[in-house]
Design a protein around this ligand. Structure first.
Ligand code: IMP
Length: 186
């Protein structure tokens, strides 16, 4: 048993353990493999948050596919969205005429995905769909509904399994609620 207590002490609770995440990722993999059969999609991960989810998910996809990544500017050190989104690393390949599946860690206000989806649509792909691991629907500011979603969660700031606070906690293999004492007053 690996001991993550040095980071786990900052959590108020664990939301999803490794087993629960693995089971859900397998289910999503089956669903997406069925839906994209014969479509040879390009699966686009949004860095850095989707890194771990993306690598687990694509190993559950049984269809031929390509992968690519974009990096967008994130929250920085805060827990609230600034609404300002910027592509800091673009795709390596064109997506014109391709079926695109965007993989994101979490959709919160929806501002990041809205910006990115509009940007990708302008490149004339055949289709664009979104797979998120976590959805916080109560915080939405723009109308976005993911096509595939791992778990809906309440309005709490969560870390682990790729998700960070100030670039920390990404390497925990489970997802937990960050204790407010860690970021309140900052
Ligand atoms: P949105 O633009 O508000 O939907 O935010 C999307 C981005 O904010 C995600 O890709 C995450 O990087 C970050 N984010 C939103 N909520 C959380 C959270 O609870 N924990 C960690 N990152 C979050």
């Amino acid at each position: 048993m690996v001991d993550f207590s040095a980071m786990e002490k900052d959590l108020s609770s664990i939301l999803f353990n490794e087993k629960q995440i693995e089971t859900r990722v397998r289910e999503l993999g089956e669903l997406i493999s069925r839906d994209y059969s014969g479509k040879n999609p390009v699966v686009i991960g949004i860095l850095k948050g989707s890194l771990i989810f993306m690598s687990d998910l694509i190993r559950r996809l049984t269809i031929p596919l390509n992968i690519d990544y974009v990096a967008v500017s994130s929250y920085g050190r805060s827990t609230d969205s600034s609404g300002v989104v910027r592509i800091v690393k673009d795709l390596d390949e064109p997506i014109e005429g391709r079926h695109v599946l965007v993989v994101e860690d979490i959709v919160d206000t929806g501002l990041t995905l809205r910006y990115l989806l509009d940007n990708l649509q302008s490149r004339r792909p055949l289709s664009v769909a979104v797979c998120v691991l976590l959805d916080k629907p109560s915080r939405r500011k723009v109308d976005i509904k993911p096509d595939y979603c791992g778990f809906e969660i309440p309005d709490e700031f969560v870390v682990g399994y790729g998700l960070d606070y100030a670039e920390n906690y990404r390497n925990m293999p489970f997802i937990g609620i960050l204790d407010r004492s860690v970021y309140e007053g900052k």
